[in-house]
Each structure stands twice: as structure tokens, then as C-alpha cells.
Design a protein around this ligand. Sequence first.
Ligand code: SF4
Length: 366
Amino acid sequence: MTGTPLLAEAPAPTRLWTPSRVLVTRSAAERPHGQRVLARLEAVGVSDVELLRGDRLPSLRGDGDRAAFMRAKDTLALVVPPPSKRRLQPIPPSADFRLDLAEGCPAHCQYCYLAGSLSGPPVTRVFADLDEVLDGLDGYVGRGGVTSGTATRGDEGTTFEASCYTDPLALEHLTGGLARMVEHFGRHDWPGPVQLRATTKFDDVAALLGLPHGGRTRLRFSVNAASVARRFEGATSPVPGRLAALGAVAAAGYPVGLTIAPIMPVEGWRADYGALLDAVAAALPAGTDLTVECITHRFTPGSKETLLDWYPRTKLDMEESRRTTKRGRYGSVKHVYPRATTAELRGWFEDALADRLPSARLLYWT
Ligand code: SF4
């Protein structure tokens, strides 16, 4: 859809993060987006905001204990990343390019994929150079290799993924960054077809519903079986809230999606995932443009070590002897479910999706 979106009703957000400490570098405070974020922080009553004299963040490592971890998780840093970070990288299988508006997330998922990809204390860094980044995107259009020009996903155009290293909606009430991106994608005169992609475990969509998105943003909701979400997804919005938000953005004309991740063959998984898909079907208006991405649970030696450090009492199954090892191109190791388990899960999901969400398009299974 490309016309003015209908005004769908916004469900009340179930969880809004308030950082207990904010650090702002000098360059970030000078940028227009940095100033907008500062104004929002003031408006929502965040009082511990420290304006730094330079661009270096103080050490946030603490003593490496639990209290230091929690302090870092509760800290937002407003920064300008180094220029090298701003060359956009491909991000298969999701999108042609990674488009980061932040790094880090305030939630506490015990399987969090950031544990294997970000190093250092888990502070949420919000990037203040958003306007410059958006201004530089034209040069990437038509140059991707993940969706652009492919037989299966070429119709998506050049795709930009905003959720690689953060959950954009977890921060939206504090930054407005995702809304700015959505508007830019919707209004800008692009040299070719483009799509912004974001996925979230939050539900604060009110500010997105009336935006001129032009059908160029696909909002996906990361969902899971109730038992997995309840046990492992701390400080996120509960799944029913995410589904209400999914229904609201679909009613506002956004193309939408499900990121079903991480899929786990927990006890009673067929019934649990079946109930999830039924709830999705009930939440969506007729004619919704819906995609599905399925990601089975995996971990690396490094992510396991970090996650056990962060969540020492976790009941998450990370026993290597129950997994198969998958080796990456450069010798990296991933522990995935054995082939027979993966085949059983995949077969069930393909049938269940065809049955319960027949118009959905499965983008990939991994
Ligand atoms: S919501 Fe996503 S990024 Fe945030 S803790 Fe959970 S898995 Fe990690």
C-alpha cells in the first residue's frame, strides 16, 4: 500500500524502559538526532543524564560482578560511532544491509543473540548520527546481494535491517529513531525499490501507526511458544502484547512479519507453537501482507560463556552433547539441533503455517 495509512487503534504498551543512567558524548549532543533524544529523555523524566566533555565513554566494566552487569544493562549511552561502522554490511539471511540505529538492548532474554556478537559491558548505545546515515543510503540501492536481484526475494527491493544489534522498539519512546527511519523510507524519492525491516519483542507501536510509511517498512514481531517466552524472555513485552501490536500495525497498512525465534523443541512444542500461530491468525486483519522467518535455537562457545556469566541460573539447554556442530566459513563453531530434530521441526512448521496462516510467505528457515 502506498496511500495514507488508516489510523489503527494503538494497544497500550506493556513495558517501557527507563534507563537509570544516561551518558552523552560531546559529538552526540551536537547532532540534531542527539538533541531530539535529549529532549525526549527530559520529557519522560530521566534525570541522571551526564554530558561528557569529550567522546570517550568512561569505563563501564565495574568489577565484572552481577551488580556491574545490571548497572550496564540499565545504562543508555548516546554516542556517534566511528566512521568505519557506517559502511553498511550485508546481513544474510535477513537483508541486503545492516542499518544500526543502536547497539544493545535493555531486555533480559537468556538466549540473547547479542551475547555472541557484541563485546564489552551490555550498555545500550544509541547512535546520534541518524540523519547523516539516512542521507547516505541512496548509494546502496540496487547493490545488495541477499534480497536484491534474487529470484525468491527480489520483489522486496534493496533491504535494510534495523534490528541486528538492538531491539528498536524497546528504545523508541526514548529516541524516536525508528519513526524517523520509517518516515524517511516512506517519503524519500529513492533511486530504486527499498524496504526497511525491523523486528521486536516490544509493543509500543502508537507513534508508528499514523506515519507515512508508504508500505516500505516491514515491521516484524519476534514471537515464541508461551513456555519459551515466559521462561527465557525477561523484561520484554509479553507475547499477547506483541500480537496486539502486530494487529495494529497491520491494520495501519504496514507489511508485517513474524520472526519465530529461537524455536526450541520444548515439551509440548507442537501444541504451544500451534496455539501461537492460532493467536497470530486471530490478531491479523484480512489481507495482511505477512512474512515468516524461522530460526532454531543455536549457540556458540563464546555466547554460552557470556550467557552463563549473565544468567548463571538459567535453565536454557546449552548442552553440547545434545547438539550437532556446524562450522562457519572461517572455522567458527555453532551448536545446532541434530539433523533429525531440525527436520521434524521444519516439517511441522511448514505444514502448520500452510494450514493456519495460508497467505504467509516463509522467507527462510535456519
Ligand atoms: S529483546 Fe532481543 S536483543 Fe533484547 S535481550 Fe531479547 S533477544 Fe536480546
